[in-house]
Write a protein that binds this ligand. Structure first.
Ligand code: SF4
Length: 257
């Protein structure tokens, strides 16, 4: 593992790799595991758009309670489906989207609502098929393919994007959308590495590198972070020595799933 005390003036790929290795140690290496079943991952993400996690879960549960299963959701009157998912931000937009997604899955499988054919497809074919669906963007498609089918893709959300830009291995003008391919090109095409890179940088943005006031005191990346240098100067030996090397769940709380 590179030392957090090292100062990197090297290429973006070297910085991204150092970020990965240090955070892998800081948060702990994880086996690549899905958060939820493929169908749930896909449909919940549509429901989650600008909606709290609690309201997304409520909408998901009410939808399946009201219509029984995916066939029932697909066949439901769209207005009734919109009513069932009313805790989401835009139920009238999401209801027809969900039904169109279900129709496309059924057309692909010839019947069952099962996404496991994505595991047999090439990554490119799976990405193209998913992102052609209404309401499914690069982040959702990447999450599903990486988490559930171990395809070598990288989901980038605002947390991953912010950390990468502040540390300095992603340019300041690169959008979140564009960052999917830019960051992927910096890392090995290995699903386990990409899974850990995503999870760790996501946690880092959520727990330490906050949007408004990053908690740089606690951050093991400060030795080579551009933002840190610009705002605090070169990390001193004292600051580096006082930096924790591992997340402390007893003092700082449990990391989210
Ligand atoms: S040193 Fe500060 S700005 Fe840089 S990654 Fe860590 S928390 Fe973010």
């Amino acid at each position: 593992m590179p030392s957090p005390t090292a100062t990197y003036t090297s290429s973006a790929a070297e910085k991204a790799w150092a970020d990965h290795q240090i955070l892998d140690h800081f948060y702990g290496h994880l086996p690549p595991e899905p958060r939820r079943t493929p169908m749930r991952e896909l449909i919940s993400t549509v429901l989650s758009h600008r909606t709290t996690h609690a309201d997304e879960e409520l909408a998901y549960d009410r939808m399946l309670e009201a219509f029984g299963d995916w066939a029932g959701v697909e066949a439901a009157p769209t207005q009734e489906l919109a009513h069932a998912i009313r805790t989401t931000r835009w139920p009238d937009t999401q209801a027809p989207r969900i039904q169109e997604i279900l129709r496309r899955i059924q057309a692909e499988t010839g019947g069952p609502f099962d996404l496991d054919f994505l595991g047999d497809w090439t990554t490119e074919k799976g990405m193209a098929w998913l992102t052609d669906m209404p309401g499914i963007g690069l982040k959702t498609a990447s999450l599903l393919l990486l988490f559930n089918y171990h395809k070598p893709v990288l989901p980038v959300d605002t947390h991953v994007h912010r950390v990468a830009q502040r540390v300095g291995f992603l340019g300041p003008k690169v959008s979140v959308e564009k960052a999917h391919s830019v960051l992927l090109a910096l890392l090995p095409a290995d699903a386990e590495t990409l899974f850990n890179f995503h999870k760790h940088n996501y946690w880092h943005g959520q727990q330490i590198c906050f949007f408004l006031k990053p908690n740089c005191t606690r951050c093991p990346l400060k030795g080579f972070c551009n933002y840190y240098q610009e705002h605090h100067g070169e990390a001193t030996a004292e600051a580096l020595a006082a930096t924790p090397t591992q997340w402390d769940p007893t003092a700082w709380g449990k990391l989210p799933h």
